[in-house]
Design a protein around this ligand. Structure first.
Ligand SMILES: [Zn+2]
Length: 238
């Protein structure tokens, strides 16, 4: 099992999860990079996993459906093109000796889900769309701050070694914001330096881990829903 990070649009990440003969794509913002990678590896796309309906997470779906027989899986939302199998909290489906578990994580939108890939003998991998970012979280667009807080608490309760694969490369800006909250925080300073180095080297800052996020994400460091809501509003103005 290999997780390939595919950049798309200006700052989106798509994730191609590759087994021996088949692959699954998470949030295809574009069709071409996915088709190229499938061709290069000789893999058949069997599923398209969608975290939420925003165009920059589903734009590649119609093209991928034309070129493959992949099934579209996502939350029950008519705005997701080609949706075949609506899923919600607790649903699981098998993939090449691993399985995916669905978590309801609304707040950014009103129906967002995340997918937890569980492979025996390896840390779990979380695909959380625009709910949790590296050192940040999604904006409250159609959901509520209260719902997003509850979703983030749910993700923070996953094992520390869980790998976090989020929907955008926002890490540098998120850490700049974190340093306006705690200007002398060493974890934020060191994380920013490390992120900037990776970006200079042309590398993504994903995956993070839940353990790292509990230390280096100001939104996961909030101790109440009230503090979280205030911090989220402050970030909206940053
Ligand atoms: Zn979004």
């Amino acid at each position: 099992m290999e997780i390939v990070v595919l950049p798309a649009l200006s700052d989106n990440y798509m994730y191609l999860i590759c087994a021996d003969a088949e692959a699954v794509i998470v949030d295809p913002a574009a069709e071409d990079p996915v088709m190229r990678e499938l061709d290069k590896r000789g893999l058949t796309l069997t599923r398209i996993l969608i975290t939420h309906h925003h165009y920059d997470h589903v734009q590649g779906v119609p093209g991928l459906c034309r070129h493959t027989n992949a099934e579209v899986i996502g939350p029950n939302d008519e705005r997701i093109p080609g949706l075949k199998h609506p899923v919600r909290e607790g649903n699981t489906f098998a993939f090449a000796g691993s399985d995916f578990r669905v978590l309801d994580t609304p707040g950014h939108g009103d129906r967002d889900v995340s997918y937890l890939l569980r492979t025996p003998g390896r840390p779990d991998a979380l695909f959380c769309g625009d709910t949790l970012f590296v050192s940040g979280c999604g904006r409250v667009l159609e959901g509520s701050a209260e719902a997003l807080w509850t979703s983030l608490r749910k993700l923070a309760a996953l094992p520390d070694e869980t790998r976090v694969y989020c929907g955008h490369e926002y890490t540098e800006e998120n850490l700049r914001f974190a340093l306006t909250v705690d200007p002398h925080d060493r974890v934020y300073q060191d994380s920013l330096t490390a992120a900037q180095q990776r970006l200079r080297d042309g590398l993504p800052t994903v995956p993070s881990t839940i353990g790292t996020e509990k230390k280096a994400n100001p939104f996961l460091r909030c101790d109440s829903s009230v503090a979280f809501t205030a911090l989220r509003k402050r970030k909206d103005r940053f």
